[in-house]
Design a protein around this ligand. Structure first.
Ligand SMILES: [Zn+2]
Ligand SMILES: [Zn+2]
Ligand SMILES: [Zn+2]
Ligand SMILES: [Zn+2]
Length: 721
């Protein structure tokens, strides 16, 4: 028996279809080991930046099972995804299960021929790829840990910084400051509705936009009073060339503009399509097509549209080292017009297919027409109308959504008289630069060499989760918290969050992957000056306020001036005399009830006073030394109600109790903070048969599910066997 291990159950299912009876396919269900959470001991710096991995708790059962299967097997084949992360998972599996010389196979698409071909060409685990991935994890951990620690001390507890997250936030903030500094200017758009002799109407627009009301008035008067005629007609042929097949970045951009999907949603859907065998691997920065894939696309274009539509093209990679995967995102079988288990998958598949097919098709040919008109004697700038018509659709036949509307203009010749129907003058203002959309930020990150295909979506998600940006529609708007954090980092760590530093670091990681750079030296070269820079900022002043509040909001208690401060949920106004005066207002000016001392000392830290505070879920009693002391007084009746009677299976000491969090109620171990076991819904008291986690209440259609999100029993309705 041969054991094949992949990371996801659905990928396992697809592969199983292609392999004979002497193969067993198992899934590790994601990562099995990781660095310990928020613990500096995660990395042994002195020993040469050695990460101290620990097994993900819920995975012990999966690991034991894989171990048993591996013992029985004649051969173990690791078939995780074909990039660095996949290579790292393969290595972790090999280390944890204790495999002796496992075979590593990679395929860019989960199709029968690709899997068979990979099986015939196994290799060993690529240590350099693994090292590069490890370096990224360690680098991110050290960077985030040290810098976040400083921000906690100097700005506010609980904030964070990240090696790639912070440069992305800076890019958003730089644009935000441009918008704030923008001074709009007035201008006027002048247009004239005219009619030909035959009575065909069209609109011409003034080629110049006057900047003063007087000039606009002069042009309008002349336009209304003069005799109009055609000055010239220009006709030209233009072609539109198809774009390259998708990379991760262009896929995320197109799915955002065409389908309104966020980058993380696009990646989730693409992964489903990939695991089902419909598209190639979705994390790639290469627009290349494999020879056979190109031939298949050309054959499909020929069959569907005819010979004159076919135009083979080769697209070159722009990035310096596109080794994350070697091919563009494309359909595995272009003859298949539709694929996917649901509507969103089908839409994304069709977009991917259209783009790949179009890339091997002929240019579209357009006829552009420009009619220039003016009044007799041309006392004002020319007016013009632009028309455009597709004369050969070419690749647009495969991607009609890219076509756009034809604008037809009447047939006229120079000197033809025109009758003015009406002239218009519209006052406008220049607009500040637009904020980035999610797709726009992905494009910008790629352009600046920040992040990689595997990280674009998670960068944006992290910024949102941290409360540094808010999404309005598809637009990303930095919050006050984001502003404060970015400004702090820009003031004190300009170099470390610069484009050059971040891009060079990515390049160095690429060089480790290629075996051209050493792991330990790379990390040492970064870490020594970095820790020094962080230490040198230890004595800077704590950021106590964020500027004066508007004078129309005086302190509700002492009527004195107020200043802006940062709380856990954003900006608020605080009396400038704090802590002597506790007056506070929300951002909108409404009063915040001051915390009340209840006249008891904190039983935990002894020197704090217990105070009653207004929280998101009503009033509660906590220690005045928060966040240093996290003591919260439990109301005995409330504590009784919170009990579930279900013992915690992780520490086997505590009991699961109901708690209230930022996102509503959840259930966690009474033994917190020693035990951090927490689940989203009420535990049913049963234990999951597959992974050993608690089962919890589900929805109407799924009455009970596993609380472990990575366990197949979390979505029992999707299990077929
Ligand atoms: Zn006051
Ligand atoms: Zn206390
Ligand atoms: Zn516990
Ligand atoms: Zn489970």
């Amino acid at each position: 028996m041969k054991l094949v291990i992949v990371e996801s159950p659905s990928k396992a299912k697809t592969i199983e279809k292609y392999l004979g009876g002497d193969f067993t396919v198992r899934a590790s269900v994601g990562h099995i080991r990781d660095l310990p959470k928020s613990n500096k001991d995660a990395v042994d710096v002195e020993a040469g930046f050695v990460p101290r991995y620990q097994i993900v708790k819920e995975k012990q059962k999966v690991i034991d099972e894989l171990h048993r299967e591996a013992e029985k097997a004649d051969e173990v084949i690791l078939a995780t995804d074909p990039d660095r992360e996949g290579e790292a998972i393969a290595w972790h599996l090999s280390e944890t299960i204790g495999l002796k010389s496992p075979k590593r196979i990679v395929f860019n698409e989960i199709t029968e021929s690709a899997v068979q071909h990979a099986l015939q060409n196994p290799r060993a685990i690529d240590d350099e790829l693994v090292k590069a991935q490890e370096a990224r994890r360690v680098l991110d951990r050290l960077f985030g840990y040290d810098l976040s620690g400083l921000i906690w001390k100097k700005v506010r507890y609980g904030l964070s910084a990240g090696r790639v997250q912070s440069p992305a936030l800076r890019i958003l903030m730089e644009r935000e400051r441009e918008i704030r500094a923008f001074v709009p200017e007035k201008f006027w758009v002048l247009s004239a509705d005219v009619k030909t002799k035959k009575g065909e109407q069209f609109t011409v627009i003034c080629a110049e936009e006057p900047k003063t009301a007087e000039e606009a008035e002069r042009v309008l008067k002349a336009a209304e009073g003069g005799k109009w005629s055609v000055i010239d007609v220009e006709e030209s042929e233009a072609s539109r060339t198809p774009r390259a097949p998708f990379t991760t970045s262009t896929l995320q951009q197109a799915a955002s503009t065409r389908l309104g999907y966020s980058p993380s949603r696009t990646m989730r859907i693409a992964q489903k399509l990939y695991e089902a065998g419909f598209i190639t691997y979705m994390r790639t920065d290469s627009p290349n097509l494999a020879k056979e894939a190109q031939a298949a696309l050309i054959a499909t274009a020929r069959k569907e549209f005819g010979e004159q539509y076919v135009a083979p093209r080769v697209f070159k990679t722009k990035s310096k080292s596109a080794q994350e995967a070697h091919e563009a995102v494309r359909p595995t079988n272009p003859g298949k017009r539709s694929a996917g288990a649901n509507d969103e998958q089908k839409k994304l598949y069709e977009l991917i297919r259209a783009r790949a097919l179009a890339s091997q098709m002929a240019d579209a040919k357009m006829l552009r027409t420009k009619i220039i008109a003016n009044v007799e004697g041309s006392p004002i700038p020319d007016f013009a109308a632009n028309g455009s018509r597709v004369i050969f659709d070419g690749w647009l036949a495969a991607d009609p959504a890219a076509r756009g509307e034809d604008v037809e203009l009447p047939k006229v010749a120079a000197k033809d008289p025109l009758t003015l129907m009406a002239a218009h003058s519209e006052e406008k203002e220049t607009q500040p630069p637009a904020r980035y959309s999610e797709a726009g930020l992905v494009k910008e990150l790629e352009k600046r060499g920040i992040g990689r295909p595997s990280t674009y979506a998670s960068i944006i998600k992290t910024l949102e989760d941290r409360g540094y940006v808010e999404k309005q529609g598809r637009t990303l708007i930095p919050t006050h918290t984001g502003d404060v954090v970015s400004s702090f980092l820009e003031d004190h760590f300009k170099e470390y969050i610069s484009d050059t530093f971040t891009a060079e670091m990515e390049d160095e990681l690429d060089q480790i992957a290629e075996g051209k750079r050493e792991y330990e030296k790379t990390l040492r070269d970064f870490y020594a000056p970095f820790t020094k820079a962080v230490k040198s900022k230890n004595k800077i002043e704590k950021l106590t306020n964020m500027g004066d509040a508007p004078p129309e909001f005086p302190c509700p208690i002492c009527k004195g001036p107020m200043v802006y401060k940062l709380s856990r949920t954003g900006r608020f106004m605080s009396c400038a005399r704090f802590p002597e005066c506790l007056g506070a207002r929300k951002e909108d000016g409404s009063e915040i009830a001051p915390p009340k001392e209840i006249g008891e000392n904190c039983p935990q830290c002894k020197d704090g006073k217990l105070i009653e505070r207004e929280g998101r879920f009503g009033r509660f009693i906590a220690c005045s030394n928060y966040p240093k002391c996290k003591f919260v007084k439990q109301d005995p009746a409330e504590a009784e109600r919170a009990k579930t009677g279900v013992p915690c299976p992780v520490c086997k000491k505590g009991e699961m109790v109901e708690r209230r969090g930022r996102f509503g109620p959840f259930f966690s171990c009474s033994n917190y903070p020693e035990c951090r076991n927490a689940i989203k819904a009420r535990p049913t008291g049963k234990i999951c048969e597959m992974c050993g986690s608690l089962m919890m209440a589900g929805t109407k259609t799924i009455p009970e599910r596993c609380s472990n999100k990575t366990c197949p029993m979390h979505n029992p309705h999707k299990l077929t066997k």
